[in-house]
Design a protein around this ligand. Structure first.
Ligand code: ZN
Ligand code: ZN
Length: 317
């Protein structure tokens, strides 16, 4: 489906709990779309701003509100598919905009955001810049942040309580939200998609990501809401989390196999590609490269491979 198509073949939102609506992004909420949550409570609260504005408007209208009535916007992390419409919504409604303190740099300016992505010196940067402007027209502009939430410090919307759970790895600021406790968790980009975990930024970290998924598993949620799946996951959620977690090891195995058959430099492993099933456009190579590189660093640290100049080889003990 082309980007920018305005209607979808599914309901724009579903009520997942009393007062809690999941606003579904267009194109099945696939990047660069993302789901949002709308809390219809004393303080009308939106979590994330990456869903198409039409979807947000239709959901608001269905409960008797308009965009101007939004009082608070909570951002889960600085990524462009999540902050997308934040400034427009702030301008229309005058709502407060709160994020994790570590999100400031990536949210507030385009320059800060691309520094967090870590792509400013990469050859694809200029092409990428033009591409994201097409996806997300307001992305070069500054974004307002009016305040912060703190890890585990409950945000009350009236009846509904949101509990920020700082779960870094995907990015350093990535934050999930427990809804009235931890049985229902907005998992954001611990997104349970078939692609698996994404850690293609400078500020991404594999071990932190693994820790974060472990923490979610320990909380034993009954429902996990992904930013990029249309429906919340309830069936086999522990298994789905485990599969998502296991992707790290599978990718590691693949990297080792590729090294053993001669794809023994970062560039060769990236070009294959190793993690993305295919590279739809060369601009994505930078993210593949970051992800592969983070695995290589860990494999070297664990003395499973040895680096010799630009080449890697399997350590034989
Ligand atoms: Zn993200
Ligand atoms: Zn996302």
């Amino acid at each position: 489906m082309p980007l920018g198509a305005s209607m979808s073949e599914y309901a724009p939102s579903i009520e997942i709990e009393p007062r809690v609506h999941l606003i579904r992004g267009l194109n099945k909420a696939r990047f660069p779309e993302a789901n949002a949550l709308l809390i219809d409570d004393e303080i009308l609260t939106l979590v994330d701003a990456g869903s198409d504005m039409g979807q947000v408007s239709r959901t608001l209208k269905s409960i008797g509100y308009g965009m101007e009535d939004i009082e608070r916007l909570i951002l889960t992390h600085f990524h462009l598919d999540h902050k997308h419409h934040s400034e427009e919504i702030h301008e229309i409604s005058g709502c407060e905009v709160i994020c994790h303190p570590l999100s400031d740099k990536g949210v507030e300016t385009f320059q800060g955001m691309v520094e967090c992505y870590g792509i400013t010196n990469h050859p694809i940067f200029d092409t990428w810049k033009v591409m994201v402007k097409g996806w997300i027209p307001p992305i070069y502009s500054d974004y307002t942040v009016t305040g912060h939430y703190k890890d585990r410090q409950t945000i009350s919307c009236g009846e509904v309580e949101l509990i920020p759970i700082h779960l870094p790895g995907h990015t350093l600021d990535h934050t999930c939200f427990g809804i009235n406790g931890f049985e229902i968790i907005f998992l954001v980009d611990i997104d349970l998609t078939g692609f698996g975990p994404w850690y293609g930024n400078e500020v991404s970290d594999i071990r932190a990501f693994q820790n974060s998924i472990e923490k979610v598993m320990e909380l034993e949620p009954k429902m996990g809401i992904s930013s990029h799946l249309l429906d919340p996951v309830t069936d086999n959620l522990p298994t789905r989390l485990r599969q998502f977690y296991d992707a790290f090891a599978k990718r590691e195995t693949k990297i080792l196999k590729n090294i053993s058959v001669g794809y023994d430099t970062l560039e060769k492993l990236t070009r294959l590609p190793t993690i993305y099933p295919r590279i739809p456009d060369d601009v994505f190579l930078v993210f593949e490269e970051y992800m592969v590189q983070k695995h290589l660093e860990i494999l070297v640290e664990d003395a499973i491979i040895v680096q010799d100049g630009i080449k890697y080889r399997i350590e034989r003990k």
